[in-house]
Unconditional design. Structure first.
Length: 125
């Protein structure tokens, strides 16, 4: 984070580039300070008279998808697929996942080992 203004946030990117995050691409209620590390989605590259301008987003619908791909190895490697995402930025999110193969349970991969433990009625009757 390099600068904060009422209209946008200026972020320093690796490789000596700079990006902006307009207020409409930020999550409502989030507050940032200079030198904070921020993850964001590359939303758009605009051509301006001063050169290209990189626009970033934290409220775009694909931000959560890319974040999960980076954080959950099973999604990154294609063992679990994201079917759909319902998101209200700053409020809640719901992610529908399914296994790419029948060997892996998607809930255990995405939530944790204990979340996949669900008591099921036995079929031995």
């Amino acid at each position: 984070m390099q600068a904060v203004s009422p209209q946008a946030i200026t972020l320093g990117l690796e490789m000596k580039a700079e990006g902006i995050m307009p207020r409409n691409q930020q999550v409502p209620g989030e507050r940032f300070r200079v030198h904070d590390r921020v993850r964001a989605l590359l939303y758009e590259v605009k051509e301006t008279p001063r050169g290209p301008q990189i626009v970033l987003s934290r409220s775009h619908r694909n931000f959560l998808r890319r974040l999960l791909e980076n954080e959950v190895p099973e999604i990154y490697h294609g063992m679990v697929e994201i079917r759909s995402i319902a998101r209200e930025p700053g409020q809640r999110s719901k992610v529908a996942v399914c296994p790419a193969t029948r060997r892996r349970g998607p809930v255990g991969a995405c939530v944790g080992i204990h979340a996949g433990c669900v008591s099921r009625p036995s079929s031995a009757s």
